[in-house]
Design a protein around this ligand. Structure first.
Ligand code: F6P
Length: 533
C-alpha cells in the first residue's frame, strides 16, 4: 500500500460521520461533483467524497499509472499477463483506425468479418436467406457468460429498435432453458447461432447438441440452419457448420468484452447493421472521452475512484446497480460478470496477496420494482449499500398516463431519501400528528427513522438508444479497467471459474454410478448418493 491509500484511510476516518447533506451548503456542490460527456450527466454529489477526498483519489489514480496502462491497452500491449494476451475489444468499435500488433494491422481482419456479418444479417433480415422453411422468423443464440449476457442484455435494452427476426437466448445447461425457449418455435424457420469463444464450453456444446436433435426431427439438413461465432474455426467445422456462416475473432477479445464483435451477431440481427453501428459509435465515443478527458472530468475514472472509495476505503462490500429503465433489466446480471469476473481476484499481477479487498459484489434490479422488494434494507438496514441509479430523460412510449414522469420522480426520490433520511424528531412529529403519545409514540417513531447519509450516484442520459447503450457499456468496461489498475490485478483472466468446471467433469461418472466417490468429502458423497438414489 502506498501513501495515497494511507492518506485516503486517514481522510475517511476524519469525515466518516459527517452528513453528506452538509456538503451542499455552499450551493456549488452539485455542479462541482458532476461530469458530462456526449449528452450524459454523471452526478456523484450525493457521496461523502469532498474536494480533499477527490484530490487524494485522483492522486491514487495517477500513482497507479492509469494513464500509461490505458495507453498500453489501446496500443495492444499484452496487459493480460497471465494469459499473455493483448486486450483489444476497443478496436472492435474503432475499426477505421489502423492498429499494428506484432507487425500486422489487426483492423483489416476485423473489417472483413464485420462486413460478412452485415451481409449475413441483411440476408436473414430481408429473407434472401430462406433456410429450409422459406424464411427465418426466429434466431436462437446458444452461449453462456460473455457469449450470452451481453447480447441478451442489449437485445432487451434495444427492443424499440427491433425490426428483424425475433431473437431468443439459451444459456443454462438445465434442459428446461432449451425446452422452454424452443417450445413454439418452428425448426424450419429458426436460425441457430452457437456463440462460444472456445467452442468447448460444456453448457453451450450440450445445448447445441440438444437443439441439433430438435432441428433434425423436422429439417433435412440441420447443420444448414446453424451459424457459429467462435475463435476456434476447426471446432466449428467439426460440428458441421459451413465456414461461410462462421464468424471468427481473436483471443485478445475477452468473453465478457466480446459483444462489440461477432458475439453481437444476434443483436445485429435484431436491430440491423445500422443500429449495431450506432451501438459501436456510442462505445467509440466513450473510448475517446476516456482517452482524452482529464481524470477529474473522466467518467470511467470517476466511477472507478468512487468504487474504490466505497469498497476499499469505506468498507462497503456491495454495490447496487438500479436502472430506472425496465429495458435495462439484464444490466445488473451483465455487470455482475463484467465486474466480478474481472476484478474478483485475490492476488495482484505479481501473485502477491492483495493488501485490500478485491472488487465488490455487484447486484441490482430495475426500479421501481426493487423499491417494493429490497430497498427496505438499503434505507433502514444496518449495512450501507452504495447505489448507482441510471435514468433516461425520455422513454420511447407515448406517455399516456405520465408514466415516465413517475419513473423519473421515483428515481430522484430514492437518491434524495438515501441522502436526507428522516430523523427521530421528524418521525416523532409525524406520529404525534397522527395522535400517538407517550411510550407508544416513542416506540412507533423509532421504526420510522431513516438514518440517511447513504451514498448514491446517478447516471442520467437522454434516451436509451443504441448509441447511448454503447456509451453505457464502454463506460462500465473502462471503469473495471481503472479499478483493476488501481488494485494492481489482472482484470482480463478468470481462473476462478476453472476449479468448479473440473470438479463437475469428475463428478459426472460418479453420478452415473461408473466411478466410486472415494476421496470426496462426506457432504459431497451424501449428495451424490442422494442424486443417484
Ligand atoms: O466460465 C467463464 C467463461 O470462460 C467466461 O469468461 C466466458 O464468457 C464464458 O465462460 C463462455 O465461454 P465461451 O465463449 O468460450 O463459451
Amino acid at each position: 500500500m502506498n501513501q495515497s491509500w494511507d492518506a485516503l484511510k486517514d481522510h475517511h476516518a476524519a469525515v466518516e460521520g459527517r452528513p453528506i447533506l452538509d456538503l451542499f451548503e455552499d450551493g456549488t456542490r452539485a455542479a462541482a461533483f458532476s461530469a458530462t460527456t456526449d449528452g450524459m450527466l454523471f452526478d456523484y454529489a450525493k457521496t461523502n467524497i469532498d474536494a480533499r477526498g477527490r484530490t487524494l483519489l485522483l492522486q491514487l489514480a495517477e500513482q497507479a499509472g492509469v494513464a500509461d496502462k490505458r495507453a498500453a491497452m489501446f496500443a495492444g500491449a499484452r496487459i493480460n499477463e497471465t494469459e499473455g494476451r493483448a486486450v483489444l475489444h476497443t478496436t472492435l468499435r474503432n475499426m477505421d483506425t489502423p492498429l499494428m500488433v506484432d507487425g500486422q494491422d489487426v483492423t483489416i481482419a476485423l473489417r472483413e468479418t464485420h462486413a460478412r456479418m452485415e451481409a449475413f444479417a441483411n440476408d436473414v433480415r430481408t429473407g434472401r436467406l430462406t433456410g429450409q422453411g422459406g424464411k427465418i422468423t426466429d434466431v436462437v443464440n446458444i452461449g453462456i457468460g460473455g457469449s450470452d449476457l451481453g447480447p441478451a442484455m442489449a437485445v432487451l435494452a434495444l427492443a424499440p429498435f427491433h425490426d428483424g427476426p425475433r431473437v431468443h437466448f439459451i444459456s443454462n445447461v438445465d434442459g428446461a432453458h432449451a425446452a422452454d425457449c424452443l417450445r413454439g418455435l418452428n425448426p424450419e424457420t429458426t436460425l441457430v447461432i452457437v456463440a462460444s469463444k472456445t467452442f468447448t464450453t460444456i453448457e453451450t456444446m450440450t445445448n447445441a447438441e440438444t437443439v441439433r436433435v430438435w432441428m433434425a426431427a423436422k429439417v433435412a439438413d440441420p447443420a444448414a440452419q446453424f451459424a457459429a461465432v467462435s475463435t476456434a474455426a476447426e471446432k466449428t467445422s467439426a460440428f458441421g457448420i459451413d465456414s461461410a456462416r462462421v464468424f471468427g475473432f481473436e483471443d485478445w477479445v475477452g468473453g465478457r468484452y466480446s459483444m462489440w464483435g461477432p458475439i453481437g451477431l444476434s443483436l445485429m440481427l435484431a436491430v440491423g447493421p445500422k443500429g449495431f453501428t450506432d451501438f459501436l459509435r456510442g462505445g467509440a465515443a466513450m473510448d475517446a472521452h476516456f482517452r482524452a478527458a482529464p481524470f477529474a472530468q473522466n467518467l470511467p475514472v470517476l466511477l472507478a475512484l468512487i468504487g474504490i472509495w466505497h469498497n476499499q476505503i469505506c468498507g462497503y462490500a456491495t454495490r447496487a446497480v438500479l436502472p430506472y429503465d425496465q429495458r435495462l433489466s439484464r444490466l445488473p446480471a451483465y455487470l455482475q460478470q463484467l465486474e466480478m469476473e474481472s476484478n474478483g481476484k485475490r492476488v495482484s499481477m505479481d501473485g502477491a496477496d492483495l493488501p485490500y479487498h478485491s472488487g465488490p459484489v455487484v447486484w441490482g434490479e430495475p426500479g421501481t420494482n426493487g423499491q417494493h422488494a429490497f430497498y427496505q434494507l438499503i434505507h433502514q438496514g444496518t449495512r450501507v449499500v452504495p447505489c448507482e441509479f441510471l435514468v433516461a430523460k425520455r422513454g420511447h412510449e407515448p406517455d399516456l398516463a405520465h408514466q415516465h414522469l413517475l419513473l423519473v420522480s421515483n428515481c430522484l426520490a430514492q437518491s434524495e431519501a438515501l441522502l436526507r433520511g428522516r430523523s427521530l424528531a421528524e418521525a416523532t412529529a409525524i406520529m404525534a400528528s397522527k395522535g400517538l403519545t407517550g411510550a407508544e409514540l416513542d416506540r412507533q417513531a423509532r421504526h420510522r427513522v431513516f438514518p440517511g447519509n447513504r451514498p448514491s450516484t446517478t447516471l442520467a442520459y437522454d434516451q436509451l438508444t443504441p448509441f447511448v447503450l454503447g456509451q453505457i457499456i464502454a463506460l462500465y468496461e473502462h471503469r473495471v479497467f481503472v479499478e483493476g489498475v488501481i488494485l494492481g490485478i489482472n482484470s482480463y483472466d478468470q481462473w476462478g471459474v476453472e476449479l468448479g468446471k473440473e470438479l463437475a467433469l469428475a463428478l459426472q461418472p460418479m453420478l452415473e454410478g461408473k466411478r466410486e466417490t472415494t476421496g470426496k468429502d462426506g457432504s459431497t458423497r451424501q449428495l451424490v448418493e442422494w442424486a443417484r438414489g
